[in-house]
Design a protein around this ligand. Sequence first.
Ligand code: AMP
Ligand code: TRP
Length: 336
Amino acid sequence: MARTGTRIFSGVKPTGHLTLGNYLGAMRRWVDEDQHRADALFCVVDLHALTVDHDPARVRRLTRQAATLLLAAGLSQDRCTVFVQSHVDEHTRLAYLLECTATDAEMRRMIQYKEKAVRERAGSRSVRLSLLTYPALMAADILAYGTDEVPVGDDQAQHVELTRTLARRFNDRYGLVFTVPDATHPPVGARVMNLQDPRSKMGKSHAESSGIVYLLDEPDVMRRKIMRAVTDSGSEVAYDRTAQPGVANLLEILAACSGERPEDLAEGFGSYGALKKQTADAVVELLRPVRDRHAEISADPGYVEEVLRSGAERARALARPTVDAAYRAIGLLPPS
Ligand code: AMP
Ligand code: TRP
């Protein structure tokens, strides 16, 4: 396990099959960089999947699948800690103290809450209280481990900012308990957009799947989705997120796959078709090893279980002292 003194924590919700957005925005850096340069923990945050209407069997299945995909993508048990949030009680223990630190107005201001609450109401579903308090649990996930860095896509910036505010407020009121974490984002790919609706994020729980590349899609399905991506009127390939969001999204995906800059790539294409073809090839090749390894690991469920068991054990031991310190600092009498 790398011990550079830097602690990294990040998570993924088992609310749907993992996507190219998850991979380019978060997972790939966890694998290629974070696990090698710091003491890193990666968590399948299953409690967060209960904040919207859910099917119990599906959450269980997706939790196992997300853990398997993290390992298939290249997280190694020897380099980092992979575990399931609900296996470590410290997360919910700490979340309550952070609910007692945050304000109602702060929670209501969260973009993700506002968007999802609208979606739930539009589908005639009631809004679960946990959807509102979710950022307190996310802050607990991060703060319980004395985390320095939180590698996430752009959409999580506001939640990490709130986590920083809560850490500082708690420390000011009750004494220094928490490290104030920083969010880190990839240079390209921090916000992969839906291929059919390039003004909205490629999210895993969208009803219509034609604009979403899933990590476990068959290569020909990935290819078809990318070849049918919505492009913009006009025919020149230029990198302009506002005027040409569809083309800009493809250029960013290709840039994230190839390590080049989207502006530079734009100059090399004479047609949308050529851009789509090259992007499709790049995505299929990037994800091929992940799919292959997923098939291998899935054949040995005992392996994943063992990784998650030992991951939770280590996580628990790391979180316990910080959460106990927070309980003491806030005024709760320690059990004798
Ligand atoms: P989630 O699927 O919401 O649990 O997200 C897990 C991680 O993937 C978080 O760090 C997100 O910011 C990141 N992520 C999710 N969707 C995208 C996307 N479309 N583009 C970039 N990053 C994303
Ligand atoms: N809220 C994050 C998302 O929707 C998932 C998450 C939960 C997370 N807890 C976390 C990410 C802690 C980073 C750190 O993607």
